[in-house]
Design a binder for this molecule. Structure first.
Ligand SMILES: Cc1cc2nc3c(=O)[nH]c(=O)nc-3n(C[C@H](O)[C@H](O)[C@H](O)COP(=O)(O)O)c2cc1C
Ligand code: SF4
Ligand code: SF4
Length: 264
């Protein structure tokens, strides 16, 4: 159906990456050549007959890095696009907002939907334990494969979106709050100074100071990777994460998957 497709994604703790891969597998079975792109690693546009934008929902909207990526895309000129968000409970208007932004750029949005995935947000809620996460991930991957398999028949109607709705406003406040996020992280006494947080941060906004303690700089997306994947569970976000179980389902797999892929 599509000769080539490029799926762009941002993933804090691995869920979105798993969905982008499942979508890629589903389309490649139909003969499409797939390129997967982590927008945290490279921003350049890779031409293809179909583009996909995959992201975790952050406060009922897309992560800032995805919002900026969509803004940076060239005019769509009728090219086909899909939007797949994922959330632990409520996506709100997240997928509709990105679909509308793509449509305004001239993309023909064929699919805009969201899929439930495990919860990684341990600031205001509890993480899903690995055994429960496994079931949710399997169902999420199956749902995405189903959506992709039905792509040819899908009526391409844009979901309704109002930028003045209460959830859209909450998301705008979240984006504003990102400017102040860095100051709330700290490493507790369990920190060994191993530096894993520095290398795993997708936006390179952690540095070790002279006494091997992590310091947070500007640019944090609040993705929760460092908090959930620190091997000592030593990173706290204010008082909110103290004593809480971390979301570790993809812990080892995702760190190794942060690699640069060149545009072919
Ligand atoms: C900052 C932040 C905000 C979140 N906001 C929402 C939300 O509004 N609704 C929801 O259902 N899940 C929310 N979540 C949960 C994530 O969307 C969900 O766990 C997602 O699968 C994480 O994907 P990832 O592993 O690719 O980062 C939030 C997570 C983070 C880190
Ligand atoms: S990953 Fe954890 S233990 Fe290692 S330096 Fe960072 S905060 Fe410390
Ligand atoms: S500092 Fe932590 S939460 Fe912020 S972007 Fe880096 S890994 Fe994600």
């Amino acid at each position: 159906m599509y000769r080539t497709a490029t799926f762009y994604y941002f993933s804090g703790t691995g869920n979105t990456k798993a969905l982008a891969e499942a979508a890629g597998e589903a389309l490649s079975q139909q003969g499409t050549a797939i390129t997967l792109r982590d927008v945290a690693n490279h921003h350049e546009y890779c031409p293809a007959a179909l583009i996909g934008v995959f992201f975790p929902v952050y406060c009922f909207g897309a992560p800032r890095i995805i919002v900026n990526f969509v803004r940076s895309l060239p005019p769509g000129e009728g090219k086909a696009a899909i939007v797949v968000a994922n959330a632990a409970g409520t996506a709100g208007p997240a997928h509709a907002a990105v679909a509308r932004a793509l449509s305004q750029k001239g993309y023909h949005v064929k699919l805009a939907d969201w899929v439930r995935m495990p919860n990684n947000y341990i600031v205001f809620s509890e993480a899903d334990v690995d055994s429960k996460a496994a079931g949710i991930v399997a169902a999420g991957r199956a749902k995405v494969a189903e959506l992709l398999a039905a792509l040819g028949d899908a009526p391409s109607t844009l979901p309704h979106y109002s930028r003045f709705g209460p959830l859209a406003l909450a998301h705008r406040m979240f984006l504003f709050g990102l400017n102040y996020m860095g100051r709330h992280y700290r490493a507790n006494d369990a920190c060994t100074g191993c530096g894993a947080c520095v290398t795993m941060c997708p936006t390179q906004c952690i540095a070790l100071d002279s006494d091997a303690r992590p310091r947070w700089k500007a640019g944090c997306e609040h993705c929760m990777r460092c908090v959930n994947f620190c091997p000592e569970a030593a990173i706290e976000f204010g008082r909110f994460t103290k004593g809480k179980k971390r979301y570790t389902y993809w812990m080892d797999k995702t760190k190794g998957a942060l690699r640069h892929e060149s545009c072919s």
